[in-house]
Ligand binder design. Structure first.
Ligand SMILES: C[S@@+](CC[C@H](N)C(=O)[O-])C[C@H]1O[C@@H](n2cnc3c(N)ncnc32)[C@H](O)[C@@H]1O
Length: 468
């Protein structure tokens, strides 16, 4: 490794050791390791012969690791490097680091969402802070798009400062690629810029292991030009491991409606419909148990105003077992006339439940079960359920066979791979289910009767392979 990067790595280690966890978390100071910085700058293009000098920008510059890596990459060709950093202590360290390598630079000490110079840059690099951003944060109005998290806001600001054909590389969590929170960001970034390359780390914890980051991290490269036809997707296990590279058609990775950005294409499926487009509606279980302590019971109370309370744990063998001794209250009381309590119940009939949370080491992310209710029941908040109504009104599915067919499909390896391709999270939200590809309902009803308790994965995949 070049000696400038080695020196930057030493500075980084000293700063990490001297920074309290409180300060690190308050400013999201998860400084980039030198190996990751080197990989990030390697994603930028070589300079053309017509491009003698470039202007660079580093947002949330910290101790300057990424600026040093840029200097190392484009030695002697940087006309000006601008940086923004909020923390005065790190700003001083940044100045000293840059002075030692002698790059023409200017650091603005302040908030990158407000104080970023209004200039055009050929290269923008950033490892932005990861922190939720409130919808009513006064800085939202000045951003190019609404941002659910500081990191998306930083990238949006960086993109807005790109010169024509300029390039931006960011070190970010994977969460921007799917889900509703980041939809405005995806729409902005994907409509005005080209997504050129993605690098994903196979190991969730490895990259920032010395600063306790548990987010799944990726590197992403955008440029200010028309969307390129092929996107390079590379992968490595940890920060120092070998890199494998593949190129995919941008049409296979970017959903035209901005719903998701995939990191692997959907393998060979002809499915054009989604759970949502077929009129199915995923909702999240309405009852949060700790907010309803007074109405949930382990032993069934007297009276006919008591209903089953259904948890993810009520399906130990893949089929509903209720009541079940599992350390969770199994009964929900909703007195006649108590409109609020009664509204939490769903009607008898067939549904599909999908677990919202799975452990990292579990084989499957998407776990679905048919649920056939003979009475009204309450669904606990750790479960999603699929019905045929709307978010405001639950309607059971039209047949038990359909519930079974949907369960078979959602439990297929194909669907699980699809989900891993679009989401880096172990959580499956109702919104994720809406976007899942789905065969026609008649076809699902046809395979439904083949659903059995305790099916092997191979049997499920064999049945579902007709759809792929
Ligand atoms: C994840 S660290 C990355 C630091 C450095 N770029 C690197 O890669 O090592 C994010 C940096 O952004 C800074 N920061 C946090 N909020 C900021 C803000 N609103 N404006 C500018 N900098 C900010 C933090 O102090 C921290 O140095």
């Amino acid at each position: 490794m070049a000696s400038v990067l080695q020196q930057a790595a030493q500075t980084r280690t000293h700063v990490i050791q001297a920074t309290s966890d409180e300060k690190r978390n308050a400013l999201a100071q998860h400084l980039t390791p030198a190996e990751t910085a080197k990989l990030a700058v390697s994603m930028f293009s070589e300079l053309g012969s017509d491009q003698a000098f470039i202007r660079c920008l580093d947002l949330g510059a910290g101790t300057g690791m990424l600026s040093i890596a840029l200097y190392d990459r484009y030695d002697g060709r940087i006309e000006q490097l601008d940086a923004v950093e909020a923390d005065p202590v790190l700003a001083t360290i940044f100045e000293a680091e840059m002075a030692s390598v002698g790059v023409p630079h200017e650091l603005t000490q302040g908030d990158a969402l407000i104080a970023t110079p209004d200039a055009a840059y050929d290269r923008v690099i950033l490892n932005p802070p990861y922190k939720k951003m409130a919808a009513n944060d006064p800085r939202q109005d000045a951003l190019p798009c609404k941002s659910a998290n500081l990191y998306a806001a930083f990238i949006a600001v960086g993109l807005s400062r790109l010169a024509d054909n300029g390039e931006l590389v960011a070190i970010v969590p994977r969460s921007w690629t799917n889900g509703g929170y980041f939809e405005p960001f995806r729409r902005y970034a994907l409509s005005s810029y080209s997504l050129d390359a993605i690098h994903v780390y196979g190991s969730r914890t490895e990259v920032f292991s010395d600063t306790k980051v548990l987010q799944e991290t990726m590197l992403v490269k955008f440029s200010k030009r028309k969307q390129v036809e092929e996107i390079e997707v590379s992968q490595s296990m940890g920060k120092s491991d070998g890199v494998t590279r593949t190129r995919y058609s941008s049409q296979d990775l970017i959903d035209p409606f901005g719903l998701v950005v995939r990191i692997t294409p959907q393998d060979g499926s002809k499915l054009e419909e989604t759970v949502c487009s077929l009129g199915l509606c995923p909702s999240t279980g309405k009852v949060v148990d700790f907010r309803n302590r007074e109405r949930i019971f382990e032993e069934k109370p007297e009276g006919n105003d008591v209903y089953p309370m259904i948890y993810a744990g009520n399906f130990p063998k893949g089929v509903l077992e209720h009541p079940l001794r599992m350390g969770k209250p199994q009964w929900y009381k909703a007195e006649a006339g108590n409109v609020k309590a009664l509204k939490q119940l769903i009607k008898p009939g067939p549904y599909v439940v999908v677990k919202r949370f799975s452990a990292k080491e579990e084989k499957r992310r998407v776990v679905a079960r048919p649920l056939v209710l003979c009475t009204e029941a309450a669904i606990e908040n750790h479960l999603n359920f699929i019905h045929a109504g709307t978010p405001r009104g639950v309607v059971p599915l039209r047949s038990v066979e359909l519930a079974q067919g949907i369960s078979l499909w959602l439990n297929s390896t194909y669907l699980d791979r699809w989900f891993r391709g679009v989401s880096g999270s172990t959580q499956v939200n109702a919104r994720d289910i809406k976007a899942m590809p789905c065969p026609q309902l008649n076809d699902l009803e046809r395979i439904g009767p083949r659903w059995r308790i305790g099916m092997e994965q191979g049997e499920i995949d064999e049945i579902c392979k007709t759809f792929i």
